[in-house]
Design a protein around this ligand. Sequence first.
Ligand SMILES: [Zn+2]
Ligand SMILES: [Zn+2]
Length: 300
Amino acid sequence: MRGSVPCPGPNTVKYGGNTACLELRFGEEGRLVVIDAGTGIRELAAHVMKTDLPKGPIKTQLFLTHTHWDHIMGFPFFIPIFIPTTELDVYGPVTYEEDTLDKILFGMLTYRYWPVRLEELASKIRYTNLKEGSRDLGGGLWVTTKYLNHPINVLGYRFEFRGKVLCTAYDTEPFRNVFDVPADAPGYDEEAFKEGEAAAREENEKVSQFFRDADILVHDTQYTHKEYLAGKVGWGHTSFEVAVNQANRAGVKRLLLFHHDPDRTDAQLEVLERRIRAGVEARGSPMQVFVAREGLEVEV
Ligand SMILES: [Zn+2]
Ligand SMILES: [Zn+2]
């Protein structure tokens, strides 16, 4: 739920203080797929140990949107990785060719940072660096990936199963015109400005197409638009207003507002949720909007 850093405390009891981790379940057998290994994965691990392990060895897939700290810091707390019978496939984007996913994740597992070492992970873990594309995950489950706009490579995921679609678009901010400088600034180039406008529009349109008609979209809404404009441009996150508009235009059925700013209190999120719902309703849009909170279950 939470962006940037875990933030437990009296102000985050309702929506939760853990960083990103989504549990997806597919089909009658409840096949497990996990997105991101933020601190929320610790509770997921406890749940998996109780409900999945008694039925047999854990075979699952973990998709990382990117490898920023808040999205991977829970990885050593995913207890099934210490069990020999576990098979885990980790997928995710990398930004620099010399970095591989295993090196990035296991960079944490040295005595300098952590008392558990790599050799203690008894499970079988495979790593796949992802780029944009589509992939058959077997059993009728497909995933499509799309690069988003963040300081490092981030992938949005689009999972499709039996005609239903779940998409993620975090961490990301709308693409901007990189030539957007004041017209009286030295080096202002009108042609470049126009090209920049067109390129940004095109990229944003591709993102909208990516989550078009999704049954569920989990979208970055770290800031309000006012906060965004007051010094957060270029930080890689989206405002509530922009996310809601874009999702609405793309025909999204249910929008989950996600990656809350660590300073955002429960009371503020409640107000934002009410305000946004009223705005969406006033437009006559059928889109349902929820502020994501820890433990929230949504069925498609
Ligand atoms: Zn993040
Ligand atoms: Zn990030």
